[in-house]
Design a protein around this ligand. Structure first.
Ligand SMILES: *[C@@H]1O[C@H](CO)[C@@H](O)[C@H](O)[C@H]1NC(C)=O
Length: 627
């Protein structure tokens, strides 16, 4: 607190000192030296103000959680539109009542501290159920609607949920694991009027019968910022998804995102991202509640409906991921007839960013960098094209991070002769590490000390220190802007989702003709992230069967995780520590002209892996063939 206060006073002092200069003389040299002074100052003030609020919660042990804020807003502005979904408006009051009904239905079935799993697509009742259980003091685990059987079962086990609420449209995805769930004693509730099958309860009819009166506020009262409120699944490195623990602290920090960027209660926020990700649920919905604004929720993003929706609902802010902006730019028409002022999201690349401005007007694009489980966050409040964040002296006092030299071939940070990591120079690319301390704790993953430990790097600069390894390569330029370069390690991103190479490797290993596989991501021109590729050794006496492999990955892997390219190998190189040596494979890409081994391509129209010829290659690289 003292530190915050000092910074705050210093800022005010600076502001006062500079004000006369800056206001009176337009060509003041100070303006050249500090071109972003006012924006930086304003931004920092907001960050500090928000931080001070969290500090008060911590000190007084009286936390006003995101759901508490929602209840407050519902009392303050019950008639205000909270959510617009498929043309229907839901007010703060209505959602409050609906979540009360959920709380009433389960009031006796669950107790404080229980975990409940939620498998639903984007729809208003996602929020009713989420808030309803929070009002009973439960933690809620959001399940990714793409993941299937084996992985899904694992998700329940690692967050310890004994109750599952599933959306009506997703019940069939549970088909093959329902018996296992019932064996494990997990009660399944479906968002339908009547029970769709034996052993599955219906929730909608129960909600209609239940009272809309709130349950006692004590049931949701939270005294510690560090108690978990959500579990959000991210791609795992040991093959199965892992549950990132989201505490009230993180939920509240994320909810401040829009506010820090200057949004107000009169804004209309457009969220086409899936709610099971932290971007839509924590930043989007949490941020909407914080402001008392309106959120237009989409079931699924559609590039062709985007501007039409924005016009129809007078949208002023939209949430994005890099891919989404690229899809919009791929649309034929330019749109400047809209009221969108700001985009908030992550992963916008320079080329798309420029194109986006050219096509759709002067929309302020605000990048937020921060992983679901991470303890660090960057924001590019200046809006400089290509940067994910901006740092400065004060920011570094609040967030302790470092960029260290990284060896791409050995896939680990470079250590000097005494075993410590080395800082990179300004402008140089390095691995982003974030210090773990009481100010920015790392809460790890549910039920797995081992996984948590894997993300922690110890003895970095001095013996005994600990840093969260983000796995992202970044560079910080002379003007303190931070740019994303690449992702390293066992995961890559494709279609806005994380893909764990080990998970895909394990699944490929189940195919009878595959002896060994090595999975990595390759860049495909015109696409964000990396597409999955696997180098595969076929068993002796077996032949590669494209159809069989296709149906296997179709059944076992979500669409974004299916390897797009297969490369047959005689052998796979290993590092000295018996890790697969992927660097050379990644570098050589998927061009049939430069690779002598047989290459295959996942062809959905043929329902098979087909040979990757130069003409197929050309059609992919030129963008004629969608991947
Ligand atoms: C959008 O704004 C216009 C002009 O201010 C107003 O007439 C219209 O009713 C608004 N539409 C919605 C859906 O709020």
């Amino acid at each position: 607190t003292l530190k915050f206060l000092l910074i705050f006073l210093f800022m005010i002092l600076c502001t006062l000192l500079y004000q006369p200069f800056l206001c009176r003389t337009p060509h003041n040299p100070l303006r050249l030296w500090f071109p972003h002074f006012w924006k930086d100052a304003l931004f920092l003030m907001r960050v500090i103000r928000y931080g001070a609020r969290l500090e008060i919660y911590r000190r007084t042990s009286r936390v006003v959680t995101v759901v508490d804020r929602f209840v407050q807003q519902a009392q303050r502005i019950p008639e205000k539109a909270f959510l617009i979904y498929e043309g229907v408006t839901y007010t703060y009051g209505e959602l409050e009542e609906r979540s009360n009904r959920v709380a009433r239905v389960f009031g006796d079935a669950v107790k404080e501290g229980d975990t409940v799993a939620l498998l639903m697509s984007n729809e208003p009742d996602f929020l009713s159920v989420w808030f309803g259980f929070c009002k009973l003091g439960c933690a809620v685990a959001f399940l990714n609607t793409n993941i299937r059987s084996r992985s899904l079962l694992h998700c329940f086990r690692c967050c310890g949920a004994e109750l599952l609420v599933v959306g009506a449209d997703l019940l069939e995805t549970l088909e093959d694991i329902l018996p296992s769930l019932q064996e494990d004693g997990i009660t399944v509730w479906c968002m339908t009027q009547e029970s769709p099958r034996p052993g599955v309860h219906s929730l909608l009819d129960q909600m209609e019968e239940a009272s809309q009166e709130p349950v006692a506020a004590e049931r949701r009262s939270v005294r510690c910022l560090r108690s978990p409120t959500l579990y959000i699944f991210t791609s795992g490195t040991t093959g199965l998804p892992k549950a990132a623990v989201i505490t009230h602290l993180q939920a509240l920090k994320a909810a401040g995102g829009f506010w820090v960027y200057g949004a107000t209660g009169s804004d209309v926020i457009y969220t086409p991202l899936p709610l099971y990700h932290s971007a839509a649920s924590l930043v989007g919905i949490g941020g909407t509640i914080e402001l008392g604004a309106t959120c237009v929720l989409k079931k699924k993003f559609s590039a062709s409906q985007f501007w039409h929706d924005c016009r129809k609902h007078n949208v002023t802010i939209f949430q994005y991921i890099g891919e989404l902006c690229r899809y919009l730019c791929n649309q034929p028409t330019n749109e400047k007839d809209h009221r969108v002022l700001m985009g908030v999201g992550n992963g916008l690349r320079q080329d798309v960013w420029r194109e986006f401005h050219r096509r759709f007007g002067d929309i302020r694009m605000c990048e937020i960098y921060g992983s679901t489980e991470g303890n660090l966050c960057f924001m590019n409040h200046i809006g400089k094209i290509g940067a994910v964040g901006r740092s400065n002296f004060f920011y570094k006092l609040i967030f302790k991070y470092d960029l260290v030299k990284y060896d791409l071939v050995r896939e680990e940070p470079v250590r000097d002769h005494s075993g410590f990591c080395q800082h990179v120079q300004k402008g140089e690319t390095g691995l982003l590490l974030s210090k773990i301390c009481s100010q920015s704790p790392f809460f790890g993953y549910a039920g797995s000390k081992q996984l948590t430990e894997k993300k922690i790097l110890r003895d970095v600069f001095v013996t005994g220190d600990a840093y969260f390894n983000t796995g992202d390569l970044m560079a910080e330029d002379e003007d303190d802007f931070i740019c994303f370069r690449d992702r390293v390690g066992d995961t890559f991103r494709w279609k806005g989702e994380n893909v764990a190479t080990t998970e895909v490797t394990e699944i490929l290993g189940l195919v009878d003709f595959i002896q060994e596989a090595s999975v990595y991501g390759v860049q495909v021109p015109g696409n964000e992230g990396r597409a999955g590729m696997a180098a595969v050794i076929v068993r002796p006496e077996c032949t590669f069967d494209g159809k069989k492999l296709f149906s296997h990955v179709l059944r076992e892997l979500p669409s974004y995780a299916r390897p797009l390219f297969i490369r047959l190998q005689e052998s796979l190189e290993m590092t000295s520590t018996f890790k697969q040596q992927k660097f050379a494979l990644v570098e050589s890409g998927f061009d049939p002209c430069s690779i002598s081994q047989p290459l295959f391509f996942l062809d959905c129209s043929e329902k098979s892996y087909v040979p990757l010829t130069s003409s197929v290659y050309d059609s992919i690289v030129s963008g004629q063939r969608n991947v």
